[in-house]
Design a protein around this ligand. Structure first.
Ligand SMILES: *[C@@H]1O[C@H](CO)[C@@H](O)[C@H](O)[C@H]1NC(C)=O
Ligand SMILES: *[C@@H]1O[C@H](CO)[C@@H](O)[C@H](O)[C@H]1NC(C)=O
Ligand SMILES: *[C@@H]1O[C@H](CO)[C@@H](O)[C@H](O)[C@H]1NC(C)=O
Ligand SMILES: *[C@@H]1O[C@H](CO)[C@@H](O)[C@H](O)[C@H]1NC(C)=O
Ligand SMILES: *[C@@H]1O[C@H](CO)[C@@H](O)[C@H](O)[C@H]1NC(C)=O
Ligand SMILES: *[C@@H]1O[C@H](CO)[C@@H](O)[C@H](O)[C@H]1NC(C)=O
Ligand SMILES: *[C@@H]1O[C@H](CO)[C@@H](O)[C@H](O)[C@H]1NC(C)=O
Ligand SMILES: [Mn+2]
Length: 637
């Protein structure tokens, strides 16, 4: 008990101490609450920058709010341990196969998984109900000091019970779903590298207490060469031996990276399906059944849960939005984007039905085990981490499978601002290498476009991709254009376009963008100017920012940013939004005028401004040079 107490002293001590310092605590609470909101603000600003650095799940674009649901928790949630009986009135929690394991006497964990009859931890315990942890004043300094160990606040995690409760994330519609009793079994594969102690054990705990364990064939853990973390050896071994499901721990002698480690784990799996999970997560009630049922209905379905957000500073649990899906930008970064209207229509507005997502984040998903190999598992030529999630998404869709996000299945993940790990060879090199393989194998003619946008990528070595090309051939996969047109028509890549390339004025000055991907620190102050047209062979990197798409819809865009105009004002770069009339332009081949439809004015070079701004202004009678535009230097046709 003691070793697993969420407190550092015994609970009795803590309560006595608390009582004596009640008034002081009251003041503290006020201060902590303010601190909490400051953390939340910082979190909002910083989280979803261009974090290609997170080890398993890349951080997302735009803002946290796009990923979070409009929940009203404010961090205060009633702590309730979910009662599985409510949902499975007739299902015994443990079948005969596993009941032996349960009768074993437990030394480390007090068989907390046995009591499912609505028992709850005291609400005063840290983090119960998914609340944020308030770090006691005397531990503040230590918690900040230890942050770098894992790039999250391990002390906050240590303060919480391993079985801390979280709110049931499911809507009433989700709760009404029925499952057959013969769902496929799953082998859960968890790769970890220098993982935190309590976060890893909570990952395992949440799996056990929130899953019908008769469907868990085994848990396979792959230790990817962790160093100097003794608890990942004996403590972990002892802990997993007590669990009511078989657990295998594989240990890599050398660092293999995510994909190769997952492949190693999957190799020994025997379950009907594979479920890949990250090592710092918390499964929410019911998470597994929805995933398994989709795979049972369609063996080619690759099913992801909604990824809820666990704050890296205080471990507050926040519901992920069911209205975002996976896409990618011009630099092949995975990004969350709003679910389009057509997907709402397809689902009849029923948010308890799976989304057909163009891509997946990659950290968490379930797949039929045989199908995983049929469809080409992972590209063994990819290193460490990065790009594998897009590779798998393209491959699955192009070769006849489907990628789903099930909005009823929720798994919380600790999103980090940066990885505490090292990438052998450097982050950029590794991710570029992986992306190069992805582009060479799957992107067809779109690779010319990607290389124009990312000329750095062109120089990178891809290694031998012949086996992956042979796989694509063998599976008779469709081409990338089919994928874009049918699965991801909302893409920012060019599908239906008049022109992809430079747009210039008469004296060889081109529309030029800056800071378009400048999201490194959440700072994306994209600007638009007129600058000397650059030659793509001479200065490819800068010339990339003179490539725009003039689409058949009439948008002029760079990635997800559109030229937006209004009467007599400077042209702004705004997120492209379907049906936004201010973003529609009409080019006349004869007069060379680029008309802004909404204002009935013309795209004009502003001579007065020395930084070469472009305006929307009155179209000049008889035409003049500041309003004549030429669509040139096509990248693709
Ligand atoms: C790891 O966590 C377990 C459970 O909370 C605890 O018993 C053990 O002492 C911890 N080990 C370390 C090194 O923190
Ligand atoms: C949020 O909570 C407040 C007070 O608890 C309530 O008045 C409000 O209607 C809630 N909003 C939503 C969207 O549930
Ligand atoms: C559950 O058990 C009750 C009573 O034993 C029975 O009436 C009911 O049909 C069962 N439900 C299912 C889904 O098997
Ligand atoms: C489960 O917990 C409840 C509430 O704490 C308790 O009343 C009940 O006896 C426990 N059941 C078992 C089997 O331990
Ligand atoms: C949670 O785990 C603790 C041991 O760490 C145990 O005392 C408690 O009863 C468990 N809570 C529930 C609801 O099972
Ligand atoms: C954002 O960009 C502006 C202008 O480039 C700069 O002044 C500011 O310091 C940046 N902010 C951050 C947080 O990087
Ligand atoms: C536009 O110009 C191109 C080349 O100058 C020409 O081939 C094409 O036919 C023109 N289209 C229209 C609609 O005038
Ligand atoms: Mn992660």
């Amino acid at each position: 008990m003691n070793s697993f107490s969420p407190y550092h002293s015994t609970p009795t001590d803590v309560f006595l101490k608390r009582f004596r310092s009640w008034k002081r605590q009251y003041l503290h609470i006020i201060i902590y609450t303010s601190l909490f909101w400051i953390f939340v603000d910082v979190f909002f600003i910083m989280l979803f920058s261009d974090c290609t650095k997170e080890i398993i799940l890349p951080c997302q674009s735009s803002s946290l709010s796009s990923l979070l649901a409009n929940n009203n928790n404010s961090g205060i949630i009633e702590p309730i341990i979910p009662i599985r009986r409510r949902k499975y009135p007739n299902r015994t929690l443990y079948n005969s196969q596993t009941s032996n394991a349960i009768t074993k006497t437990s030394r480390i964990i007090n068989k907390w998984w046995e009591n499912q009859s609505g028992a709850t931890n005291p609400p005063s315990w840290h983090g119960e109900g998914g609340r944020a942890v308030v770090i006691p004043a005397e531990l503040q300094e230590q918690s900040k000091k230890r942050f770098i160990e894992n790039q999250f606040n391990i002390l906050a995690s240590d303060l919480m019970a391993l079985n801390r409760s979280i709110k049931d994330q499911r809507s009433s519609k989700c709760l009404a779903h029925k499952f057959p009793s013969d769902l496929p079994t799953t082998s859960i594969v968890i790769v970890f590298h220098n993982e935190g102690n309590s976060t890893l054990l909570r990952t395992l705990t949440s799996i056990i207490i929130r899953s019908p364990i008769q469907y868990i064939h085994e848990i396979i853990m792959v230790d990817d060469a962790s160093i100097n973390r003794e608890y990942l050896k004996d403590t972990l071994d002892a802990f997993t031996k007590e669990l009511p499901v078989p657990v295998h721990i594989l240990r890599n002698n050398d660092r293999l990276g995510l994909m190769k480690s997952r492949l190693r784990g999957a190799e020994i799996a025997k379950g009907d399906t594979l479920t890949f999970l990250d090592a710092h997560i918390e499964c929410s009630p019911g998470w597994l059944e929805y995933l398994l049922y989709e795979v049972k209905k369609d063996r080619t379905a690759v099913v992801c849960p909604i990824i809820d957000v666990i704050n890296d500073n205080d471990f507050g649990y926040y519901t992920g939005s069911d209205m975002t899906w996976g896409g990618f930008n011009w630099r092949l970064n995975f990004r969350w984007y709003p679910v389009p209207q057509r997907e709402e229509v397809r689902r009849n507005g029923d948010h308890s039905l799976p989304l057909l997502s163009p891509t997946m984040a990659g950290g968490l998903f379930t797949i039929n085990r045989e199908y995983f190999y049929e469809i080409g598992a992972y590209d063994p030529g990819m290193e460490v981490w990065g790009g594998e999630n897009l590779e798998m998404s393209f491959r699955v869709w192009q070769c006849g499978g489907r990628v789903l996000i099930h909005p009823c299945s929720h798994v919380g993940h600790v999103f980090r601002k940066q990885t505490p790990y090292t990438f052998p060879g450097g982050t950029g090199t590794v991710i570029f290498h992986n992306n190069k393989r992805l582009v060479e194998v799957w992107l067809d003619k779109y690779k010319d476009f990607i290389y124009a946008i990312m000329p750095e990528l062109k120089r990178v070595q891809a290694g031998d991709v012949s086996e992956r090309l042979a796989l694509r051939d063998r599976l008779k996969c469709k081409d990338f254009q089919w994928y874009l047109e049918n699965i991801y028509p909302e893409t920012s890549l060019p599908i239906n376009f008049h022109h992809v390339g430079a747009i210039r004025t008469e004296p060889m000055s081109c529309l030029t963008l800056h800071n378009v991907f400048g999201s490194q620190k959440g700072n994306r102050t994209a600007t638009l100017n007129i600058e000397t047209c650059l030659d793509r062979t001479e200065s490819p990197i800068n010339a990339a920012y003179q490539i725009v798409i003039y689409s058949k819809k009439g948008e002029i865009r760079f990635d997800d940013l559109c030229f937006e105009g209004s009467v007599n004002s400077v042209v702004k770069l705004q997120k492209c939004t379907e049906g936004n009339q201010k973003q529609i332009w009409n080019y006349n081949n004869e007069t060379k005028l680029m008309k802004h439809v909404n204002s009935n004015q013309c795209l004009t070079v502003d001579e007065k401004k020395d930084n070469g701004k472009v305006n929307v202004g009155p179209c000049v009678e008889g035409n003049h040079a500041q309003q004549r535009w030429y669509l040139e230097r096509s990248v693709i046709t």
